[in-house]
Design a protein around this ligand. Sequence first.
Ligand code: HEC
Length: 128
Amino acid sequence: MVRKLMAGLSVAAVLGLAACGGSSGGSGSVLKYPGGGSASAGKTLFLGAGGCSACHTVAGTSAAGQIGPDLSHVGSALTPDQIYTQISDPKPRPAPYATPPRQGVAMPQNSLTTQQRADLTAWLSTLK
Ligand code: HEC
C-alpha cells in the first residue's frame, strides 16, 4: 500500500520525536501534514467560517475565545503534524497537546476538507 511507503519516507523526519516515545500510542497516532497549505487562507478560515475563534485566542487577531487553549504560540509548542492531527481528529491528547483546556469541553469534530485543514495548519505553524 502507498501508505506503507509514505511511512518509510517519513521515518527520518520523525526520528527526533520518536526517540522519546516508547509508551503505547493507542489513539495517539500522529497524522502527517500533507503540505501545500495557504497560511493566508487558513487565517481567514480560522477567524471566520471555521468557527475556531469562538473557542481559541490568538494574540494580535480578533480571535479571543476562552474555551480551548490559547494558540498564540502554538507553532512553537506543536509540530505541523501535531497541529494537523488535532484539526483532523480533534480530541483531548496527552502532552505536547496538553495546554490545559477549560474543564469539560472538548474540541468538536468538523467537516473541513483536507485542503482547509492544511491551510489552517500552515497559518497556525507560523504562530511562534
Ligand atoms: C468548542 C470549542 C472549540 C472549537 C470550536 C475549536 N477548538 Fe481547538 N481546541 C478546543 C479544546 C478544548 C482543545 C484542547 C483539547 C481538547 O480537550 O479537546 C483544543 C485544542 C486545539 C489545538 C491543540 C492546542 C494545544 O496546545 O494542545 C489546536 C491546534 C486547535 N485546537 C485548533 C483548532 C482549530 C484550527 C479550530 C477550527 C477549525 C478549532 N480548534 C476549533 C476547543 C475548540
